[in-house]
Each structure stands twice: as C-alpha cells, then as structure tokens.
Design a protein around this ligand. Structure first.
Ligand SMILES: O=C(O)CCC(=O)C(=O)O
Ligand SMILES: [Fe+2]
Length: 182
C-alpha cells in the first residue's frame, strides 16, 4: 500500500538522546545534493551513521522496523540497505530545511531506493517549524512530531522539511533498496 506509515516509539527517548550525542561528537558535513545547483534546496548538517563507532544497535533496530512495516504495509521487493543511515540537524540559526523532493535519485545507489524511514530524534518542544510533510498520494500528510516516532513512506513520494524557526530538529533517515519498481 502506498501510504505514510507511522511507528510510535521505534526508539526510546534515552536512545534518541544517545544517537544525538554520538552524532554530535562527529565532524558534520554540509548537506550537498549531487548535481544540485540550487544550494538552498537543503540546509542541514549531516553525519553518516556508518562513520560512528558503537551504533550497530541503531542499524539493527532500523532493520527490524523496516522489515515489520514492509511485511504489514508496503510489501515491496526489498533486498538490502545499500547506503549508510544519515543523522541530520536542521537549526534555526540558518532556517534549516529540505524542500520538496523524492528520494529516488540518479546515482547507482540512490536510484535503487524504495522505502524511506525517518525517525524524529528531537522532542517536539525543542524546535518550531521543522515539519516533515509527505505526499504519498494526493494529500499532504504531516509526520507526527513525537520523539522516537518512525515515519515510513515509498521513496518516490514527494516530501519536505519546513524551515526550522526556533531551536533545532534532528532526524535519522535510512533507505531500503531493491529492484526497480514494476
Ligand atoms: O529529515 C527529515 O525529516 C527528512 C530527510 C530526508 O528527506 C532525506 O534525507 O532525504
Ligand atoms: Fe528525503
């Protein structure tokens, strides 16, 4: 089914905090979109989970959540997690955001993305704006802001993160890959 599927408490508050602290200890890269001329499309700091020691438990949980959601809801042909999960930080100091986009890109790996999972790593009171909006079909849906909640949607669905106007929002994103949609 093509929808926005929500999994509450995919990670506990303590686990979200631990992920943020592990990521914060790592040098962050500026978000860059391959072949992207409009550099204002995304403003965020990124850390790749695979670069952070001691985060195997995070990947294990992500795999479990994706497997269960795919069994219950999506029934996509998924074969692997071909890219590192990403921890993103969108800060109000520069109106962190990510404009409307699909996650299926042109690269060898991004072209095989089929399912996107995003975890809310920040408490909803920690920021203003920063809404994750998804259009799995004709209507724009807003992912719940509750800490630790996972939102899953088809990687081709348009989605965005509205500008953060106060505080900062962190998220954890992973993609599941597989053969082309057909
Ligand atoms: O941070 C988010 O909520 C979404 C991230 C995203 O859309 C992406 O990394 O492709
Ligand atoms: Fe995305």
């Amino acid at each position: 089914m093509l929808t926005l599927h929500v999994v509450p408490d995919a990670f506990s508050a303590e686990e979200c905090d631990r992920i943020i602290r592990l990521a914060a200890a790592q040098p962050a890269a500026e978000a860059r979109l391959v072949g992207q001329r409009d550099h204002d499309m995304r403003r965020a700091d990124l850390v790749w989970l695979d670069d952070i020691p001691g985060t195997g438990w995070v990947m294990d949980r992500l795999i479990d959540v994706v497997a269960e959601a795919n069994r219950q809801v999506f029934d996509f042909a998924l074969t692997e997690f071909a890219e590192s999960p990403q921890v993103a930080r969108y800060g109000a100091e520069r109106q962190g955001h990510f404009d409307w986009h699909s996650d299926i890109g042109e690269g060898a790996l991004a072209g095989r993305r089929k399912l996107t999972l995003v975890v809310q790593l920040s408490a909803s009171e920690a920021y203003e704006g920063g809404s994750l909006e998804v259009m799995p079909a004709a209507h724009r849906l807003t992912a719940p802001r509750a800490l630790g909640t996972a939102a899953l949607f088809p990687a081709f669905a348009l989605h965005r993160v509205t500008p953060v106007t106060a505080g900062a929002r962190a998220s954890l994103t992973v993609w599941a890959h597989g053969p082309a949609f057909r």
